[in-house]
Ligand binder design. Sequence first.
Ligand SMILES: C[S@@+](CC[C@H](N)C(=O)[O-])C[C@H]1O[C@@H](n2cnc3c(N)ncnc32)[C@H](O)[C@@H]1O
Length: 212
Amino acid sequence: MTKTVFVHLIAASIIFAQEGHPKIDPARIVKYDRVDFKVPDFPATGLILDIGGGGEAVIGQLKGTQVISIDLSARELKQSPGDALKLVMDATDMKFVDGSFQTTTSFFTLMYVPQEKQLQVMNEVFRVLKPGGRFLIWDVDLPALSDPAKDVAIFYFRFLLPAKEIMTGYGTLLTPRARLSADYASLAREAGFEILSQSTHGRTFSMELRRP
Ligand SMILES: C[S@@+](CC[C@H](N)C(=O)[O-])C[C@H]1O[C@@H](n2cnc3c(N)ncnc32)[C@H](O)[C@@H]1O
């Protein structure tokens, strides 16, 4: 089993734990306390491309039929709520022509993308955005693996949307190198993005990028 596939299984087991999916050995897990995290509505014209939009499909729940949601996992998409158009697609190799979207979102997806593929995702998002288009990112600052016996981190959330609350947890494998907002910011600059804004809330951050 590749590391990537394993990480997706972890995601599924956490997001869908109540539906009988296998659980990870608790001894391996570093748990981060549940945090309340506000997800306000945001203005966007035209279609919104949401990468890694399976799971709780928070952006799909927020923006409905305006969203085209892509995910590597058909199961994650099938089980996700909301009215987005759902397509199985890899964010490192998207099938959209250049300049297709005004807005792209990544809601706790980059933490599931292996480090060596994250620049590919940035480059692909840059490519499918129109000039002036925005890439909105929400994610966590992942610490480096410090104890090899504790190699799984789970971050618990209560997302506060304008009309509902969503309780969930996102888990991923820890790696020897931390993955921090500063790393995503430098990948974004390397891909050609301007950073319009950045904010942190504990271990969680959000970032707004613009394709010049
Ligand atoms: C935490 S989960 C779902 C988060 C989701 N945005 C939500 O609102 O709950 C992250 C998702 O990213 C997907 N993913 C990981 N790598 C991907 C890639 N290269 N392309 C598309 N989806 C990917 C995983 O299959 C997983 O469903």
